[in-house]
Design a protein around this ligand. Structure first.
Ligand SMILES: [Zn+2]
Length: 273
């Protein structure tokens, strides 16, 4: 796995991809230094500079960025060839490092897939699991946000379903599971277990809810996403996990669990070569 200070990327994904760290940016205070979220109170000029640095690192040339306004839903949108950009909100990036870019936000959406050559897909994180998708023929890419709600609702399979409809078999799809809350730090309560039990059999629950103590568990969200993908037919060998924990690796990552608001966000970027 190639690592710069600004992002980590998946070796099994051919197209340009990276999930950011908090290093190498210009944001200040709780957002320091690389915050990629322009939704909060951080200085937008700094955020756009941070995003530009990552896109430059990744050698992404496309200047149409499509980001998600995430609501912990199971909604994954296909950015089609004739996609109507009117349904998205345009963010003003004038007089910033993204001056030459078009930045759009797709409301109430937690994942994006496309075969378009001219866009960059962007999703946001601070402990939730980033999922990145690519078909074997490199023609389709995707990025999906899957927190505990998404994972309990089998969000990882939504993009797989869309790619199946495009004619791809499950063993023709590569998936990356990025840096997120890991089992070392992610304690959850019975309510979370009960949500998962609606969609997960006991055998799976026993593998991901560890160390039960006083109606609490240590939840392995990364493994949960891997297990449901494998159960659906994606080969284990086509799934790559970045094991880093966003909660305890405080120097490297923003974490909602660790700090709450105000905080910065990490982002996943993917764009076709
Ligand atoms: Zn940890």
């Amino acid at each position: 796995m190639d690592i710069t200070n600004r992002y980590k990327h998946f070796d099994n994904i051919f197209n340009m991809n990276g999930i950011t760290t908090r290093l190498g940016g210009v944001s200040q205070g709780p957002y320091r230094t690389l915050n990629t979220s322009f939704f909060g109170d951080d200085d937008k000029i700094a955020v756009f500079e941070n995003i530009h640095r990552v896109l430059s690192d990744l050698k992404i040339k496309n200047n149409i960025i499509i980001a998600t306004q995430q609501v912990h839903s199971n909604k994954v949108i296909e950015i089609t060839d004739d996609f109507s950009f009117d349904q998205m909100r345009r963010i003003d990036t004038s007089n910033s490092a993204l001056d030459a870019y078009q930045l759009y936000v797709m409301p109430e959406t937690d994942g994006l897939v496309t075969r378009r050559d001219d866009v960059v897909l962007m999703t946001f994180y601070a402990d939730c699991v980033p999922l990145v998708y690519e078909t074997d023929d490199k023609k389709w890419i995707g990025t999906v946000h899957s927190g505990w709600k998404g994972t309990s609702n089998l969000m990882a399979l939504e993009a797989i379903q869309i790619l199946n409809e495009k004619g791809y078999k499950k063993d023709q799809i590569n998936v990356g599971i990025g840096q997120s809350a890991a089992v070392c730090c992610y304690e959850v309560d019975q309510r979370v277990y009960d949500s998962f039990s609606l969609n997960y059999h006991e055998e799976l629950l026993n593998q991901i809810f560890l160390n039960p103590h006083e109606d609490k568990y240590d939840l392995d969200l990364k493994l949960a996403n891997r297990l449901i993908l494998v159960k659906a037919g994606v080969p284990n060998s086509k799934i790559e996990t970045i094991s880093d924990c966003t909660i305890c690796m405080a120097d490297l990552y923003h974490s909602h669990r660790r700090t709450g608001y105000p905080r910065g966000s990490l982002s996943s970027f993917i764009s076709k070569k």
